[in-house]
Design a protein around this ligand. Structure first.
Ligand SMILES: NC(=O)c1ccc[n+]([C@@H]2O[C@H](COP(=O)([O-])OP(=O)(O)OC[C@H]3O[C@@H](n4cnc5c(N)ncnc54)[C@H](O)[C@@H]3O)[C@@H](O)[C@H]2O)c1
Length: 340
């Protein structure tokens, strides 16, 4: 059983037993495949009959040097403008694939097989692609839609529990932004239950993709509503900049808790909803405190690329399933953060 959703009218996301549909999704002609060393080792069945380009795993490799190396290899292999680039991997591989494909010979078509939960529910969907620069997350990038995204939850059988948990942080985020039912499903099923049930996992992915697809389709270039998808991420990016202790999803979990605390202090989120958010993330096994002092986070946050003119666009939850975007001046933010 598989489900098909459209993003921005031109990117198809297939969820479920989706790898089986890959041959029908791929165009005729030359295809180059990009993956990382872990995925190649764990899922050789995805690379039968092809010689993929392989990058090293890890956020520290999501950078221009790797982009250059991949482009050089594409040139060496004689890839031209009609070559299709297929990224097979987690968010790092798909972010890199979209970026490389968008700049190689001014753009070649591309698509993804997303192999992590975080990739399924967030990174592979929506057309944001990019790499980090000097510790700043996703500082260099483009908006470009993949032709298709294949999300097959059976590939999670090899994912370490830590990576599944990381993906759930983004799914919880999606629930808070606009799908109370998704939040409740995760609450009800719990971490172990979701790992055991591919039906429940498929539902988490479908609901997450559906909400993201709807928002991206209305605001592809993040002029307004799409900013809501950054809930928890201003804190999370600052955490990732200051500490290597946490992966992206773990940093997002702390970011969600801090955003909920801030929203409750400002007076837009009822205390009961804040408790529900903190309760769910704790039950899922996340550390919910920042690994560095708040003063350090503030310093890193005010240098985040999303900050504009001495103020920051902050996404604040107002209920489970609703949020608002507020522009908060740095001076005011410093006061709030001192109290969190
Ligand atoms: N473009 C976007 O809109 C967007 C949104 C959210 C996050 N992101 C980015 O996504 C990245 C994080 O994505 P991620 O968590 O998927 O990271 P990742 O790509 O690093 O994957 C996590 C780890 O799991 C391994 N792996 C991948 N698939 C596997 C499988 N099926 N079985 C076993 N191991 C597997 C990888 O090799 C890696 O070691 C970050 O760079 C983040 O900035 C982008």
């Amino acid at each position: 059983m598989s489900y098909s959703l459209q993003v921005a009218g031109r990117s198809r996301v297939v969820v479920g037993s989706a790898v089986a549909e890959l041959p029908q999704l791929l165009p005729a002609g030359r295809i180059e495949v990009l993956t990382d060393r872990n995925v190649l080792k764990l899922h050789p069945e995805l690379f039968v009959g092809c010689q993929p380009l392989v990058i090293e795993p890890g956020e520290e490799n999501k950078r221009l040097q790797t982009v250059e190396a991949v482009c050089r290899e594409l040139i060496r292999r004689g890839a031209d403008r009609s070559t299709f680039l297929l990224g097979v991997g987690g968010g790092i591989v798909t972010d890199m694939t979209g970026f490389v494909a968008s700049i190689y010979m001014r753009g070649i078509p591309f698509g993804y097989v997303s192999t992590t939960l975080l990739g399924n529910v967030d990174a592979s969907v929506g057309g944001k692609n990019g790499v980090d620069l000097d510790g700043y997350k996703n500082m260099l990038g483009v908006f470009a839609q993949p032709r298709f995204v294949v999300c097959d939850t059976l590939l999670f059988s090899t994912l370490p529990a830590r990576e599944i948990r990381a993906g759930l942080a983004e799914a919880v985020k999606t629930g808070i932004i606009g799908d109370e039912g998704l939040f409740a499903l995760i609450e009800r099923t719990g971490f172990e239950g979701l790992c055991r049930s591919s039906k429940a996992m498929d539902e988490v992915v479908v609901r997450s993709v559906r909400l993201k697809a709807a928002i991206v389709s209305r605001d592809e270039r993040e002029q307004g509503e799409r900013r809501k998808l950054n809930l928890g991420h201003t804190f999370a990016h600052a955490i990732e900049k200051c500490s290597r202790e946490m992966n992206h999803g773990e940093a997002v979990a702390v970011g969600l808790v801090l955003a909920a605390r801030l929203a409750r202090r400002i007076g837009v989120l009822p205390a009961a909803d804040e408790e529900r958010i903190v309760g769910l993330l704790t039950a899922l096994g996340f550390a919910i405190e920042a690994p560095v002092p708040m003063s350090e986070l503030f310093e890193a946050m005010t240098k985040d690329k999303k900050s504009e003119c001495e103020a920051i666009h902050f996404v604040l939850p107002t209920a489970i399933g609703a949020c608002e975007i507020r522009t908060i001046p740095f001076v005011e933010l410093a006061q709030w953060i001192g109290k969190l």
